[in-house]
Ligand binder design. Structure first.
Ligand code: C5P
Ligand code: MG
Length: 190
């Protein structure tokens, strides 16, 4: 199995690149942000609970997100591999993911980190907010809070995966297709 983590701050292009990667490599896409928003749109208890955190730009508690990913993976027993987009967001989530993949007799193949500076990200997110309707893309203070969460809780994962020699940083600014080529180069060299 090929199991990729697309890593990077909010607005780095994880969703955009995932779409291209799933069609090229026939992988199953797990976007925890999309799953949480779908729960919220369906008005489930999980969705309502998550919305309190999402609307403030905070992370949803680990056990909620981990349970959701586990359910999703179990529902895809024939997957050729997974692209994790927006997950894991914390060390606890990464450790839980290792256990879940172990249950599938597999592991993370590579972690591709899209690197984009913060001012560019704010611009992208505010622009996206005009059409996405996402509550957390609307004002700069919520967006800055998402970066703060990213710095404090998510960025340490780059070190976590670097220790396992799985982290590769890729320049996330430029043409979408050029960035896609750099990601494919890394995957094809595995
Ligand atoms: O991944 P995405 O940027 O779409 O996530 C949107 C929001 O969903 C995050 O800002 C956070 O509030 C929540 N989220 C989370 N934990 C995850 C994924 C998303 O708390 N693993
Ligand atoms: Mg996304």
């Amino acid at each position: 199995m090929l199991n990729l983590i697309l890593f990077g701050p909010p607005g780095a292009g994880k969703g955009t690149q995932s779409e291209k990667l799933i069609s090229k490599y026939q992988l199953c896409h797990i976007s925890t942000g999309d799953l949480l928003r779908a729960e919220r749109a369906a008005g489930t208890p999980l969705g309502n609970q998550a919305n309190e955190f999402i609307s403030k730009g905070e992370l949803v508690p680990d056990e909620v997100v981990i349970g959701m990913v586990k359910n999703f993976m179990v529902s895809k027993p024939d997957a050729a591999g997974f692209i994790f987009d927006g997950f894991p967001r914390t060390i606890a989530q990464a450790e839980a993911l290792d256990v879940m993949l172990g249950d599938f007799n597999t592991s993370i193949s590579i972690v591709l980190g899209l690197e984009v500076e913060e001012d560019e990200l704010v611009k992208r997110l505010l622009l996206r907010g005009q059409s996405s309707g996402r509550v957390d893309d609307q004002d700069e203070s919520t967006i800055r809070n998402r970066f703060k969460e990213y710095q404090n809780k998510t960025l340490p994962l780059a070190g976590f995966y670097n220790q396992q020699s799985k982290y590769v940083g890729v320049q996330g600014i430029g043409e979408i297709d050029a960035i896609f080529e750099s990601l494919c180069e890394q995957i094809d060299s595995l």
